[in-house]
Design a protein around this ligand. Structure first.
Ligand code: ATP
Ligand code: MG
Length: 441
């Protein structure tokens, strides 16, 4: 077959798929720990949702969106991020009016951006994120950032750094925009074409340019910190006080502006080198968005959120050797030796599964050596071997694949014995036909 994966996408299977599930469930647990609830929104939305929220001037909307017209002549786009859809859903379902504030939601799922594929950058990738909508205290911003840091701690990392900046309020950004324009004006002819456009539509974005020459110049640009209004300054100070109280290590980066149009006040990124010292860029990013809910037709609600890119997280975890032992495993590997024993083996697998053992059933009738090899490949701990001689006297062989010890066991005691051997607590024996004889070793 000569049909291949679309560029910038990837198949995730076996050990890697298992690792994704484990990381996702760890992240979800942290969100629940902070009392967030789940939300799932569509993978495509009306294009206008993204032009209005992410913003016309953002790289995402200008260059990276997968936009198409459906058979009903609607312009739709694959979601490049999740916040827009979450807020649309909140407004559409009137949660901004009816729910207790703040509304705290987490999500995990694929997002799509037409970008040049490279390390940590795909066209279909996955985000885990949280939205804390309708907050009234700056401490809620610190609380949300600490959720992100806690997620890294739970994954076994301590050295995460939070880059932090404040974009202030509207008056702050107005003043800063003017200052930036005067700074950049004389350099315009030397800037990249994108930056010349950004100069017109959203000069803040010029600080975020990835072209090296423009980055060098951006380092000399005035800092927004000097333009923060009194209110913005004191708000920002309170966020930082709370972060210190929560032992969150942060570094202020006055150049941090983030790529989306809806941000205001605090913005932040999560950075960390892998144990081998590789830098995958921002592993996660977010900030406050105070006008977005209103902009999409809802109440004026101060909000904060962030998103992690799972591919970058997984890359750091893998690079740091944290995924080496993550693979699917089996508790019990049942080997049926011949066609006559298959039904018996099938029944036994059913009993094991209903007693919560991860059970594989091998009906291939290969040699014992080959079957044990397959069991080891599945990382099984025990093999249960069923031959016709044993079946006739209602017995099976249990083999510990680590110690090679094996024993003959009456079939009606095998589930119970296995619970004993594996120290499995509190089991229900739904479908066990044979009475439990209370086997003791
Ligand atoms: P960058 O500056 O690296 O392009 P961004 O500002 O576009 O990042 P956000 O829109 O804030 O990123 O998305 C949040 C997170 O999603 C990023 O920190 C990153 O981990 C991840 N991410 C963004 N774009 C991609 C992509 N194309 N492939 C993989 N992960 C991505
Ligand atoms: Mg980007």
């Amino acid at each position: 077959m000569d049909i291949k994966l679309p560029k910038g996408t990837k198949d995730i299977f076996l050990a890697e798929a298992e690792a994704y599930e484990q990381v996702e469930s760890a992240l979800i647990n942290v969100a629940k720990l902070f009392s967030y609830a789940a939300i799932r929104t569509p993978i495509f939305e009306h294009t206008e949702l993204f032009t209005r929220s992410v913003g016309d001037s953002s790289d995402i909307v200008r260059k990276e969106m997968y936009t198409f017209t459906d058979k009903g002549d609607r312009s739709l786009s694959l979601r490049p991020e999740m916040t827009a859809g979450v807020i649309r859903s909140i407004v559409e379902n009137k949660l901004d009016v009816t729910a207790d504030l703040p509304i705290k939601l987490y999500y995990v799922g694929p997002a799509f951006r037409y970008e040049r594929p490279q390390l940590g950058r795909y066209r279909q990738f996955h985000q885990f994120g949280v939205e804390n909508i309708g907050i009234s205290s700056p401490y809620s911003v610190a609380e949300t950032i600490s959720l992100g840091v806690t997620a890294f701690t739970v994954m076994g990392f301590k050295q995460v750094t939070v880059k932090l900046n404040s974009l202030g309020d509207a008056s702050t950004r107005d003043a800063y925009r003017t200052a930036l324009k005067s700074f950049y004006e004389p350099h315009l002819p030397n800037l990249c074409p994108d930056c010349r456009q950004r100069f017109q539509i959203n000069p803040l974005r010029m600080l975020d340019c990835k072209v090296p020459a423009d980055q060098t110049l951006a380092k000399k640009a005035p800092h927004i910190t000097a333009f923060l209004s009194k209110e913005s300054q004191s708000y920002y100070a309170q966020v930082k006080t709370a972060l210190k109280e929560l032992n969150v290590a942060y570094t202020e980066d006055p150049q941090l502006v983030r790529g989306l149009d809806y941000y205001a006040d605090c913005v932040f990124e999560f950075h960390m080198l892998s144990d081998k010292g590789l830098n995958y860029g921002a592993l996660g990013a977010g900030g406050q968005y105070n006008n977005l809910v209103k902009e999409l037709g809802g109440q004026p609600l101060k909000s904060v959120g962030f998103a992690f890119g799972l591919e970058r997280l997984m890359a750091v975890l893998a690079d740091s050797g944290r995924l080496d032992n993550v693979k699917p495993f089996t508790d019990i590997y049942i080997i049926s030796m011949m066609p006559e024993t298959d039904l018996y083996a099938l029944k036994l697998s059913h009993n094991f599964r209903h007693s919560n053992f991860k059970t594989e059933l091998n009906l291939e009738h290969k040699s014992m050596k080959a079957s044990i090899k397959s069991a080891l490949k599945k990382d099984a701990i025990y093999a249960v071997i069923i031959g016709d001689q044993e079946m006739k006297v209602n017995q099976v062989t249990i083999k510990n694949l680590q110690t090679q010890e094996q024993q003959l066991v009456p079939v009606n005691e095998v589930v119970h014995l296995m619970q004993h051997l594996t120290n499995q607590p509190g089991h229900h024996h739904h479908d066990e036909e044979a009475p439990d004889h209370g086997h003791k070793e």
